[in-house]
Ligand binder design. Structure first.
Ligand code: ADP
Ligand code: MG
Length: 693
């Protein structure tokens, strides 16, 4: 149970005074449902209201707080003209300007003859000093609260700064001191304030430096969050390890036979990774391992060979892919190899229905199928295995942890291998994914040719089309990718449809279109036509990002490349360069390029190393890209910044290990405080496993 000391923080936002249903709904959308979420809604700017000149001396375009007497109201004669109120001090006249004003309201807050303290932006207009829509109008007795630095918070539609600032202030008042969970030595070294002080300080910035991720109070809060995260992960990992798995180490020669029958030699990192996987399988605990490697680095083959070890033990293997296209492709790769050695492979997608599906399920339950490939259809309750020993998930960052565990639950203590084509930067791997072991495919199969990558402004579209025409004359095939223009897939689709029409006029009958809204069979038909060379150009929305294998395609055109993340561009580029031809990737961008976009395109031109690109991607990621981060499957933090606080992540990881080594039950004085920390960051279920374990 959550400790009582945290109850006030976990009260719903609507319990705050002055927060009705409308306000609580927008606040919930912006920050979260509880008071604590407001405490963690950190300012990203500030307004200094301490400048309090005489009206005459006030510098134009600055924020000033002036003390004036209200002289006269001038309601407009016509509705669309502004309402003006003349005020003055002994130095001059200040005109307040209001559009669409409510007269009675203005008369109430600005009574003629009274003194008011007014804060807002000073403007000079036609020789007058004026202020349009002052931010604040208060009585002289309240001036002290106004003459400060005001934090500026991220807002959302339907919420203005005044009510938000007010409720955040109130939330902070509800925060009480908590027991110190951080190591005193660490605090001292980082000039770290206590939790409560830190919270108060981050919400009361006085200068821009206070808003930096490196400000001591921000570091303190970020470190709290990271430590909670690392502790939780370490605890989960320890329990995971304790879960007994099974020993899968029979060698009937099948695996060797399969390796010998491969039409190629395994790369060195394929061999190393396979060894790592096989030795995990041979251990009596449950494997949870990540296999990382660029598209085309040969992950599927490694997974196939590992599944054969399960088959040798008389058990089964399963591969789950994020899309139907990809499932089919895995099925093709795997069944070609499996046929040669007499291993039965099946495929199950959402498209399989009725009798055929039932027959397949029976075979699976009877153990007549040794390896099954599928989509998330494999999760369905009626999918029963005879004996699942190895579950392989081709993640591509489309699945969550929850789904991972669901597939493993289909087997008695099944081992789990997660494949990902988006290499995870080392720091993040060590931290965010420290519940997983990892193998990396760093070398590419021999014979892969480098891809020539060029960036061109979109004005050169005609040149690109001309080049394309020449290449197609010599038998080349090309992907043409149109990006996510908008959150809405329909707008997205429009861009791709237009481009398809445009290209089709230039290459009549030779251009296909594929997008996310198409039904499976339709997609298959287009892909098949492209693979067979019936069409030469395939216009696509980003659906092709996840795995299509068309070795004949040697040209990749990416429109609006500036809108894609670095890793995403790298993934797309990986779709070519797999066949005999020299390949190229053309990155079309709409100028002017921002600094980050330019850096991204340069990195792509310079390297083809997915691991290096992942590091750079993280480095270039700004806070503004948090949405993209969410989609990419990277961890999301409220207070920590995965790009700017990498050193803290590593420190938190070491700290968590040390803590659990010394005090595995978190029962010491500090341990008890750390439990509060875990609850503070809603790791309730983790604390529960501690108690029962
Ligand atoms: P990934 O799953 O990492 O995208 P795949 O396993 O699908 O890569 O491999 C891509 C292609 O490369 C397949 O056609 C596969 O047969 C081939 N391949 C895999 N390993 C090697 C290797 N060591 N040498 C040559 N070709 C390989
Ligand atoms: Mg693959």
């Amino acid at each position: 149970m959550r400790p009582e000391i945290l109850f006030p923080l976990y009260a719903p936002v609507r319990t705050l005074s002055g927060v009705g249903p409308r306000l609580s709904t927008v606040i919930e959308k912006l920050a979260g449902p509880n008071i604590v979420d407001l405490c963690w809604h950190l300012p990203n700017g500030l307004v200094d209201r301490r400048y309090s000149p005489k009206v005459h001396d006030a510098v134009p375009s600055t924020i000033a707080t002036v003390t004036v007497q209200v002289m006269e109201h001038h309601p407009p004669r016509i509705r669309r003209l502004p309402y003006k109120v003349t005020c003055s001090d002994d130095s001059g006249v200040l005109e307040l300007v209001f559009f669409h004003a409510r007269n009675d309201y203005l008369l109430k807050v600005l009574p003629v003859g009274e003194t008011r303290v007014i804060s807002g932006k000073i403007e000079h207009f036609q020789g007058n000093v004026q202020m349009t829509h002052p931010d604040h109008i208060v009585k002289p007795s309240e001036a002290k609260d106004l003459l400060t630095v005001e934090p500026v918070y991220p807002l959302t539609a339907g919420l203005t700064s005044k009510p938000l600032n007010k409720v955040i202030k109130e939330s902070l008042r509800l925060a009480a001191p908590l027991p110190e969970w951080q190591d005193p030595a660490w605090l001292k070294k980082n000039r770290g304030p206590s939790w409560l002080e830190a919270l108060q300080v981050v919400h009361a910035p006085e200068e821009d430096d206070d808003l930096s991720p490196q400000a001591p109070a921000r570091i303190r809060l970020a470190y709290d969050e990271l430590l909670a995260d690392q502790l939780a992960l370490s605890i989960v990992r320890a329990t995971q390890r304790k879960k007994s798995g099974r020993v899968i180490n029979q060698d009937t020669g099948l695996l060797q036979k399969a390796t010998a029958s491969l039409p190629f030699e395994l790369t060195n990192s394929q061999k190393v990774s396979l060894d790592e996987i096989l030795s995990d399988m041979a251990e009596p605990f449950r494997m949870l391992r990540l296999l990382q490697g660029d598209v085309g680095s040969g992950k599927t083959v490694v997974a196939f060979l590992a599944m054969l070890r399960a088959v040798e033990a008389g058990a089964q293997g399963a591969v789950m892919a994020p899309t139907e296209v990809l499932a089919k492709q895995h099925f093709k790769t795997i069944s070609e190899l499996a046929d040669k050695i007499g291993v039965t492979v099946g495929i199950l997608t959402g498209r399989d229905k009725g009798k055929a599906r039932q027959a397949l399920l029976n075979q699976l339950a009877e153990g007549e199928i040794s390896i099954i490939v599928g989509t998330h259809a494999l999760f369905q309750a009626d999918v029963q295995f005879n004996d699942l020993a190895l579950a392989v998930i081709d993640e591509q960052h489309r699945f969550g942890v929850h789904q991972r565990l669901m597939l493993a639950d289909k087997g008695a203590a099944a081992d789990m291998l997660v494949m990902t084509a988006t290499p995870i930067p080392r720091t993040l791997m060590l931290c965010a994914y420290s519940d997983l072991d990892s193998s990396r495919l760093t070398d590419k199969p021999v014979g892969r040719k480098p891809i020539e990558t060029r960036a061109l402004p979109v004005e050169r579209l005609e040149d690109v089309v001309g080049r394309l025409a020449t290449a197609i004359d010599t038998g080349a095939r090309a992907f043409w990718v149109c990006p996510l223009v908008d959150e809405s897939e329909l707008v997205d689709l429009e861009a791709a449809t237009d481009r398809h029409a445009f290209l089709n006029r230039r290459f009549p009958g030779r251009v296909g279109l594929i997008h996310g809204q198409m039904k499976g069979p339709e997609k298959d038909r287009v892909m098949a036509a492209f693979a067979a060379g019936e069409i030469d150009i395939l216009v696509a929305t980003t659906v092709i990002e996840v795995g299509v294998d068309i070795p004949e395609a040697s040209i990749m055109v990416i429109e609006h490349a500036e809108r894609f993340g670095l890793s995403q561009l790298h993934q797309l580029r990986g779709r070519v360069g797999r066949g005999e031809r020299n390949s190229s990737c053309l990155l079309l961008y709409a100028p002017p390029l921002g600094e980050t976009a330019r850096a991204r395109l340069n990195i792509l031109r310079e390297t083809d190393d997915g691991f290096l690109i992942a590091e750079e991607d993280l480095r270039l990621r700004g806070a503004g890209e948090m949405l993209g981060t969410r989609q990419s499957g990277l961890p999301v933090f409220r207070l920590a910044d995965i790009a700017k606080h990498q050193d803290l992540m590593l420190a938190a990881r070491d700290d968590a290990r040390l803590i659990l080594e010394r005090d595995p039950g978190l029962s010491s004085e500090r341990g008890k405080a750390l439990r509060v920390l875990l609850y503070l960051f809603e790791k309730d279920s983790v604390v529960q496993t501690l108690r029962s374990g």
